[in-house]
Design a protein around this ligand. Structure first.
Ligand code: NDP
Length: 234
Protein backbone atom coordinates (compact mmCIF):
# COMPACT_ATOMS: atom_id res chain seq x y z
CA UNK A 1 0.00 0.00 0.00
CA UNK A 2 1.36 3.42 -0.87
CA UNK A 3 -0.93 6.18 0.26
CA UNK A 4 -0.24 9.87 0.72
CA UNK A 5 -0.04 10.39 4.50
CA UNK A 6 0.35 13.60 6.49
CA UNK A 7 1.25 13.59 10.19
CA UNK A 8 1.15 16.94 12.01
CA UNK A 9 3.78 17.43 14.70
CA UNK A 10 5.61 14.49 13.21
CA UNK A 11 9.16 15.52 13.98
CA UNK A 12 9.31 13.88 17.43
CA UNK A 13 7.45 11.78 19.99
CA UNK A 14 4.28 9.98 18.99
CA UNK A 15 4.04 11.74 15.62
CA UNK A 16 7.46 10.54 14.56
CA UNK A 17 6.67 6.97 15.63
CA UNK A 18 3.46 7.10 13.55
CA UNK A 19 5.37 8.43 10.55
CA UNK A 20 7.93 5.63 10.88
CA UNK A 21 5.27 2.94 11.22
CA UNK A 22 3.32 4.06 8.15
CA UNK A 23 6.45 4.60 6.06
CA UNK A 24 7.50 1.09 7.07
CA UNK A 25 4.29 -0.17 5.47
CA UNK A 26 5.21 1.54 2.21
CA UNK A 27 3.11 4.70 2.50
CA UNK A 28 4.43 8.04 1.26
CA UNK A 29 4.65 10.00 4.49
CA UNK A 30 4.92 13.76 4.89
CA UNK A 31 5.90 15.00 8.32
CA UNK A 32 4.61 18.35 9.52
CA UNK A 33 7.12 20.22 11.65
CA UNK A 34 6.85 23.57 13.35
CA UNK A 35 10.41 24.21 14.49
CA UNK A 36 13.90 22.84 13.99
CA UNK A 37 14.66 20.39 11.21
CA UNK A 38 12.35 17.67 9.90
CA UNK A 39 13.48 14.08 10.49
CA UNK A 40 15.46 12.53 7.65
CA UNK A 41 13.81 10.10 5.25
CA UNK A 42 10.45 11.89 5.06
CA UNK A 43 8.99 14.76 3.10
CA UNK A 44 9.36 17.53 5.70
CA UNK A 45 6.62 20.15 5.51
CA UNK A 46 6.57 23.22 7.69
CA UNK A 47 3.16 23.38 9.35
CA UNK A 48 2.12 25.59 12.24
CA UNK A 49 -1.40 24.39 13.03
CA UNK A 50 -2.42 27.67 14.68
CA UNK A 51 -1.87 29.48 11.36
CA UNK A 52 -4.48 28.82 8.65
CA UNK A 53 -2.13 29.95 5.88
CA UNK A 54 0.58 27.59 7.06
CA UNK A 55 -1.89 24.70 7.13
CA UNK A 56 -3.14 25.41 3.58
CA UNK A 57 0.40 25.79 2.26
CA UNK A 58 1.41 22.51 3.89
CA UNK A 59 -1.42 20.59 2.23
CA UNK A 60 -0.64 22.17 -1.13
CA UNK A 61 2.99 21.09 -0.85
CA UNK A 62 2.06 17.55 0.19
CA UNK A 63 -0.38 17.26 -2.73
CA UNK A 64 2.27 18.50 -5.17
CA UNK A 65 5.01 16.20 -3.89
CA UNK A 66 3.16 12.99 -3.10
CA UNK A 67 -0.50 13.43 -4.06
CA UNK A 68 -3.56 14.62 -2.13
CA UNK A 69 -3.63 13.48 1.49
CA UNK A 70 -5.42 10.15 1.89
CA UNK A 71 -4.49 9.58 5.53
CA UNK A 72 -4.35 12.44 8.04
CA UNK A 73 -2.97 11.94 11.53
CA UNK A 74 -3.75 15.10 13.54
CA UNK A 75 -1.14 14.67 16.22
CA UNK A 76 0.28 18.14 17.01
CA UNK A 77 -0.60 19.10 20.55
CA UNK A 78 0.60 20.95 23.63
CA UNK A 79 0.07 21.11 27.37
CA UNK A 80 0.13 24.30 29.44
CA UNK A 81 -0.69 22.91 32.86
CA UNK A 82 -1.72 24.97 35.85
CA UNK A 83 -4.60 24.95 38.31
CA UNK A 84 -7.64 26.69 36.89
CA UNK A 85 -7.70 29.51 39.42
CA UNK A 86 -4.22 30.47 38.24
CA UNK A 87 -4.94 29.94 34.54
CA UNK A 88 -5.26 33.14 32.52
CA UNK A 89 -7.22 33.42 29.30
CA UNK A 90 -4.10 33.40 27.14
CA UNK A 91 -2.98 30.04 28.56
CA UNK A 92 -6.41 28.54 28.00
CA UNK A 93 -6.64 29.98 24.49
CA UNK A 94 -3.18 28.79 23.45
CA UNK A 95 -4.16 25.18 24.14
CA UNK A 96 -7.53 25.57 22.41
CA UNK A 97 -5.85 27.17 19.37
CA UNK A 98 -3.44 24.26 18.99
CA UNK A 99 -5.26 21.17 20.22
CA UNK A 100 -8.78 21.95 19.04
CA UNK A 101 -8.79 24.67 16.40
CA UNK A 102 -5.52 23.36 14.99
CA UNK A 103 -7.11 19.96 14.53
CA UNK A 104 -10.30 21.51 13.12
CA UNK A 105 -8.48 23.49 10.44
CA UNK A 106 -6.19 20.58 9.56
CA UNK A 107 -9.06 18.14 9.21
CA UNK A 108 -11.14 20.65 7.24
CA UNK A 109 -8.30 21.12 4.79
CA UNK A 110 -7.82 17.37 4.39
CA UNK A 111 -11.50 16.51 4.05
CA UNK A 112 -12.09 18.13 0.64
CA UNK A 113 -9.68 15.86 -1.19
CA UNK A 114 -10.88 12.78 0.68
CA UNK A 115 -14.51 13.51 -0.21
CA UNK A 116 -13.57 13.89 -3.85
CA UNK A 117 -11.58 10.63 -3.78
CA UNK A 118 -14.41 8.89 -1.87
CA UNK A 119 -11.95 7.40 0.58
CA UNK A 120 -9.74 8.50 3.45
CA UNK A 121 -8.64 7.95 7.00
CA UNK A 122 -8.53 10.59 9.71
CA UNK A 123 -7.04 9.76 13.10
CA UNK A 124 -6.99 12.33 15.91
CA UNK A 125 -4.79 12.17 19.00
CA UNK A 126 -6.96 12.57 22.07
CA UNK A 127 -6.06 11.59 25.65
CA UNK A 128 -7.20 9.03 28.22
CA UNK A 129 -6.46 11.50 31.02
CA UNK A 130 -8.62 14.03 29.20
CA UNK A 131 -11.61 11.70 29.53
CA UNK A 132 -10.78 10.91 33.17
CA UNK A 133 -10.21 14.54 34.11
CA UNK A 134 -6.82 15.64 35.30
CA UNK A 135 -5.92 18.31 37.87
CA UNK A 136 -4.06 21.23 36.31
CA UNK A 137 -5.27 20.28 32.85
CA UNK A 138 -8.67 21.94 32.48
CA UNK A 139 -7.52 23.49 29.22
CA UNK A 140 -5.91 20.32 27.85
CA UNK A 141 -8.69 17.94 28.94
CA UNK A 142 -11.36 20.25 27.52
CA UNK A 143 -9.70 20.22 24.11
CA UNK A 144 -8.92 16.51 24.03
CA UNK A 145 -12.50 15.50 24.88
CA UNK A 146 -13.89 18.09 22.47
CA UNK A 147 -12.19 16.11 19.71
CA UNK A 148 -14.76 13.36 20.30
CA UNK A 149 -17.65 15.64 19.34
CA UNK A 150 -15.67 16.84 16.36
CA UNK A 151 -14.83 13.29 15.23
CA UNK A 152 -18.33 11.90 15.69
CA UNK A 153 -20.00 14.77 13.85
CA UNK A 154 -17.48 14.40 11.09
CA UNK A 155 -18.01 10.65 11.00
CA UNK A 156 -21.59 11.43 9.94
CA UNK A 157 -20.53 14.06 7.42
CA UNK A 158 -17.81 12.00 5.76
CA UNK A 159 -18.98 8.43 6.32
CA UNK A 160 -21.22 8.29 3.24
CA UNK A 161 -18.11 8.93 1.12
CA UNK A 162 -16.05 6.17 2.73
CA UNK A 163 -13.96 8.41 4.98
CA UNK A 164 -13.49 7.27 8.59
CA UNK A 165 -12.70 9.50 11.57
CA UNK A 166 -11.44 8.00 14.80
CA UNK A 167 -9.67 8.93 18.02
CA UNK A 168 -6.71 7.30 19.70
CA UNK A 169 -6.62 8.09 23.42
CA UNK A 170 -3.17 7.42 24.87
CA UNK A 171 -2.49 7.20 28.59
CA UNK A 172 0.96 8.22 29.81
CA UNK A 173 3.44 7.80 26.97
CA UNK A 174 7.17 8.27 27.30
CA UNK A 175 7.81 11.47 25.29
CA UNK A 176 9.03 15.02 25.92
CA UNK A 177 5.47 15.94 26.89
CA UNK A 178 5.39 13.66 29.93
CA UNK A 179 8.92 14.56 31.06
CA UNK A 180 7.26 17.67 32.51
CA UNK A 181 5.23 15.59 35.01
CA UNK A 182 6.35 15.56 38.64
CA UNK A 183 7.44 12.24 40.13
CA UNK A 184 4.45 12.40 42.48
CA UNK A 185 1.98 12.84 39.63
CA UNK A 186 3.64 10.07 37.60
CA UNK A 187 3.43 7.68 40.59
CA UNK A 188 -0.24 8.60 41.05
CA UNK A 189 -1.07 7.91 37.41
CA UNK A 190 0.88 4.64 37.40
CA UNK A 191 -1.24 3.46 40.36
CA UNK A 192 -4.28 3.97 38.11
CA UNK A 193 -2.63 2.03 35.26
CA UNK A 194 -3.10 -1.76 35.41
CA UNK A 195 -0.03 -2.39 33.25
CA UNK A 196 1.94 -0.24 35.70
CA UNK A 197 4.24 1.50 33.23
CA UNK A 198 4.20 4.31 30.69
CA UNK A 199 3.60 3.33 27.08
CA UNK A 200 5.98 3.87 24.20
CA UNK A 201 5.34 6.06 21.15
CA UNK A 202 5.53 2.87 19.06
CA UNK A 203 2.65 1.33 21.03
CA UNK A 204 0.49 4.34 20.18
CA UNK A 205 1.66 4.25 16.57
CA UNK A 206 0.47 0.64 16.29
CA UNK A 207 -3.08 1.73 17.17
CA UNK A 208 -2.97 4.65 14.74
CA UNK A 209 -1.67 2.35 12.04
CA UNK A 210 -4.59 -0.02 12.57
CA UNK A 211 -7.23 2.72 12.43
CA UNK A 212 -5.56 4.10 9.30
CA UNK A 213 -5.52 0.69 7.65
CA UNK A 214 -7.88 -1.03 5.24
CA UNK A 215 -8.65 -3.54 8.02
CA UNK A 216 -10.37 -0.76 9.98
CA UNK A 217 -12.75 0.01 7.10
CA UNK A 218 -15.91 -0.48 9.22
CA UNK A 219 -14.75 1.56 12.24
CA UNK A 220 -15.64 5.23 12.51
CA UNK A 221 -16.44 7.58 15.39
CA UNK A 222 -14.59 5.27 17.76
CA UNK A 223 -12.15 5.91 20.59
CA UNK A 224 -9.28 3.46 20.86
CA UNK A 225 -7.60 3.72 24.28
CA UNK A 226 -3.86 3.01 24.43
CA UNK A 227 -3.27 3.56 28.10
CA UNK A 228 -2.25 0.32 29.75
CA UNK A 229 -5.82 0.03 31.03
CA UNK A 230 -6.06 3.48 32.64
CA UNK A 231 -9.67 4.62 32.75
CA UNK A 232 -11.03 1.38 31.37
CA UNK A 233 -14.79 1.18 31.37
CA UNK A 234 -15.47 4.89 31.09
P1 NDP B 1 5.55 16.05 22.08
O1 NDP B 1 5.49 17.23 22.99
O2 NDP B 1 6.66 15.08 22.20
O3 NDP B 1 5.45 16.53 20.55
C1 NDP B 1 4.44 17.42 20.18
C2 NDP B 1 4.53 17.66 18.71
O4 NDP B 1 3.49 18.59 18.35
C3 NDP B 1 5.85 18.29 18.29
O5 NDP B 1 6.21 17.84 17.02
C4 NDP B 1 5.50 19.77 18.24
O6 NDP B 1 6.33 20.53 17.40
C5 NDP B 1 4.10 19.68 17.66
N1 NDP B 1 3.36 20.92 17.85
C6 NDP B 1 3.01 21.52 19.01
N2 NDP B 1 2.35 22.65 18.78
C7 NDP B 1 2.28 22.80 17.43
C8 NDP B 1 1.75 23.76 16.57
N3 NDP B 1 1.14 24.86 17.04
N4 NDP B 1 1.85 23.57 15.23
C9 NDP B 1 2.46 22.47 14.74
N5 NDP B 1 3.01 21.52 15.50
C10 NDP B 1 2.93 21.69 16.83
O7 NDP B 1 4.14 15.32 22.31
P2 NDP B 1 3.72 13.79 22.19
O8 NDP B 1 4.41 13.14 21.07
O9 NDP B 1 3.81 13.21 23.53
O10 NDP B 1 2.18 13.97 21.87
C11 NDP B 1 1.63 13.89 20.57
C12 NDP B 1 0.13 13.98 20.69
O11 NDP B 1 -0.35 12.93 21.54
C13 NDP B 1 -0.36 15.29 21.31
O12 NDP B 1 -1.54 15.70 20.68
C14 NDP B 1 -0.63 14.90 22.75
O13 NDP B 1 -1.58 15.73 23.36
C15 NDP B 1 -1.13 13.48 22.58
N6 NDP B 1 -0.99 12.69 23.79
C16 NDP B 1 0.24 12.47 24.36
C17 NDP B 1 0.33 11.75 25.52
C18 NDP B 1 1.62 11.46 26.20
O14 NDP B 1 1.59 10.88 27.31
N7 NDP B 1 2.76 11.78 25.64
C19 NDP B 1 -0.86 11.21 26.19
C20 NDP B 1 -2.10 11.51 25.51
C21 NDP B 1 -2.15 12.23 24.35
P3 NDP B 1 7.69 21.21 17.97
O15 NDP B 1 8.74 20.14 17.92
O16 NDP B 1 7.92 22.34 17.05
O17 NDP B 1 7.39 21.66 19.37
Amino acid sequence: MSRSVFVTGGNRGIGLAVAEALAGDGDRVAVGYRSGEPPKGFLGVQCEVTDPNSVSAAFELVAKEQGPVEVLVANAGITRDTLMLRMDDATFDEVVETNLKGVFRTVRTAAGGMLAARRGRIVLLSSALGFLGSPGQTNYAATKTALLGLARSLAWELGPRGVTVNLVAPGIIDTDMTKQLTERRMDGVMKMTPLGRPGTPQEVAAAVRFLASEEASYITGAVLPVGGGIGMGI
